[in-house]
Design a protein around this ligand. Structure first.
Ligand SMILES: Cc1cc2nc3c(=O)[nH]c(=O)nc-3n(C[C@H](O)[C@H](O)[C@H](O)COP(=O)(O)OP(=O)(O)OC[C@H]3O[C@@H](n4cnc5c(N)ncnc54)[C@H](O)[C@@H]3O)c2cc1C
Length: 404
């Protein structure tokens, strides 16, 4: 017998699971379609996400926030600007520096680094204990979709960047690849990280060391965006060669006190191709073959993706989930969940919400990709000037933290 639901959430990644929890708490009958396993099925996901204050609060409220050493509050972030390719130290550009600090804006953390498997497990647990959610198995990501009809007034598509259902609906998805692969891995350091993250923008690469293992920890999550060819080579190096190469680079980029200490690789090195993308339409009426009084809407990476340099992709997706739940809950009682007016209001709200962050990260990426020396000098000067800018810097920090 076909079951019927108020809302079907298609795609059980972190955004889909969070949304299902939020909707069930508002007493909607929810179907969550997708396997309950991790998003990267064959290997453990080595990433740790930087989650902002808004995401932190959202997941705490849902009792889906991991505990213990899976979470590390980030107290400081040091950003280091690039150097010219010239081998002669006398002609090298001055380095730009920028330090963000939670205490400057009276917060306990700039962001929280959360290990991805711990977050996925915590969400699955929360879903198991939440009445009102029916889990249905879906196809693995990338498989051609051929689903059993599920009767729901509204279908929310949270299938990630390569969403098959979005493609089936014929929704145009503007997607521009970055000329970089993001490598992610886990590292052990010879010194405690002291809750400090580092990010270097050097020679068309962006390398981030993000503190993990708890406040006293001495491990980092690495996110290294490098051009495809060198990234592919780095993935084939063994642990020793990879660590040696990384330490050598950091000695060059961060001599002396700026250096986080000797690093050694403790995991696989996983790679992600990077895209700047956004769906043209985020909602619409269901296809004629489906129920005529139903509608679809997009959320998370199925609607938009950004460069991971500012660690904002999931934060934006979780903000989509919160905004959509609020719109559906607060709609006038005579309006159906499939009412396109309300869904369009959600689309407008979130397009405006992601605009500043997505264009800032895209612009930063482009700025640091440019190699002419005068531009590097200006850019490094700009970083240091921004560092001294007081209120402007505090305002930008609050935006990235999801506090405004
Ligand atoms: C290297 C790297 C580092 C990052 N770091 C950060 C960070 O620090 N902070 C941050 O906020 N963001 C970060 N991000 C971005 C973040 O990973 C994404 O924004 C986030 O995972 C999007 O979640 P999602 O649930 O929308 O999509 P996904 O994680 O892609 O999940 C989609 C789910 O849907 C399933 N699915 C797909 N098709 C179907 C189908 N047809 N039927 C059923 N199920 C289906 C998939 O199996 C998957 O489980 C990073 C990204 C990368 C690449």
């Amino acid at each position: 017998m076909t079951q019927s639901f108020d809302i079907c959430v298609r795609g059980a990644g972190i955004v889909g699971q969070t949304l299902a929890l939020l909707l069930a708490r508002e007493k909607f009958r929810v179907a969550l379609v997708g396997s309950s396993g991790p998003a990267v099925p064959s290997q453990q996901d080595v990433r740790a996400y930087a989650l902002n204050a808004a995401s932190h609060q959202l997941l705490l409220d849902l009792r889906a926030w991991p505990e213990g050493s899976a979470v590390t509050p980030m107290a400081r972030m040091k950003v280091h600007g690039g150097q010219s390719h010239s081998g002669n130290p006398a002609t090298q550009n001055p380095l730009g520096h920028l330090t963000f600090s939670a205490s400057e804006i009276n917060q306990s953390a700039l962001a929280w680094m959360v290990k991805v498997p711990a977050l996925e497990q915590q969400l699955s647990e929360a879903i198991r204990y939440q009445p009102g959610i029916t889990r249905l198995e879906g196809e693995p990501a990338g498989a051609h979709s051929h689903h059993e009809p599920i009767h729901a007034t509204l279908t929310v598509i949270t299938e990630g960047r390569q969403s098959a259902t979005r493609a089936e609906l014929g929704v145009p998805f503007n997607s521009r690849p970055y000329p970089q692969t993001a490598l992610a891995a886990r590292l052990h350091a010879s010194r405690p990280h002291q809750q400090t993250a580092h990010q270097w923008f050097f020679e068309n690469q962006i390398l981030a060391l993000l503190p993990t293992g708890g406040p006293e920890g001495d491990t980092y999550a690495l996110v290294w965006s490098a051009p495809h060819a060198p990234a592919a080579v780095l993935q084939t190096l063994g642990a020793e060669a990879f660590s040696a190469h990384l330490n050598q680079l950091l000695e060059k980029w961060a001599p002396g006190s700026g250096n986080p200490g000797g690093l050694s690789l403790t995991s696989d090195v996983m790679g992600w191709p990077l895209y700047f993308s956004q769906a043209v339409r985020w909602c619409g009426a269901a296809l004629e073959t489906q129920s005529p009084s139903s509608a679809w809407v997009l959320a998370g990476d199925a609607a938009h993706t950004v460069h991971p340099l500012a660690g904002q992709g999931l934060n934006l997706g979780l903000a989509d989930a919160a905004a959509l739940t609020r719109r559906l809950r607060d709609r006038p009682y005579w309006r159906s969940l499939a009412d396109l007016k309300g869904l369009r209001a959600y689309e407008r709200e979130r397009k405006a919400g992601i605009w500043p962050m997505s264009w800032t990260t895209d612009g930063l990426q482009l700025l640091f990709e440019l190699s002419p020396a005068p531009l590097q000098t200006a850019r490094n000067w700009g970083l240091s000037a921004f560092d001294r800018s007081g209120p402007l810097k505090q305002w930008a920090t609050k935006i990235a933290m999801g506090l405004t």
